[in-house]
Design a protein around this ligand. Structure first.
Ligand SMILES: [Zn+2]
Length: 75
């Protein structure tokens, strides 16, 4: 995966729209690409803040799992 693809997947990941395979691919890229890792961190923080304000208790389980999983990878 290149960084362009990773950026697209990051956006989808934050929206909870990745398949399990895509999540794995993205996680692998983030493990190996510090630039995308920090970009994802920023994007995630921004989106989570927005989401917490709008739908505090309504985040779908799959979204939560995706974010938790990717957070574990990059932290
Ligand atoms: Zn990258």
């Amino acid at each position: 995966m290149n960084c362009n693809k990773a950026t697209v997947l990051m956006s989808a990941a934050i929206d909870g729209e990745l398949t399990a395979i895509e999540t794995d691919e993205l996680a692998f890229h983030l493990e190996n690409c510090p630039e995308c890792r920090s970009e994802f961190q920023d994007a995630k923080n921004t989106k989570i803040i927005i989401r917490e304000r709008i739908v505090r208790v309504k985040a779908p389980k799959t979204l939560v799992e995706t974010i938790v999983r990717l957070t574990n990878v990059i932290s």
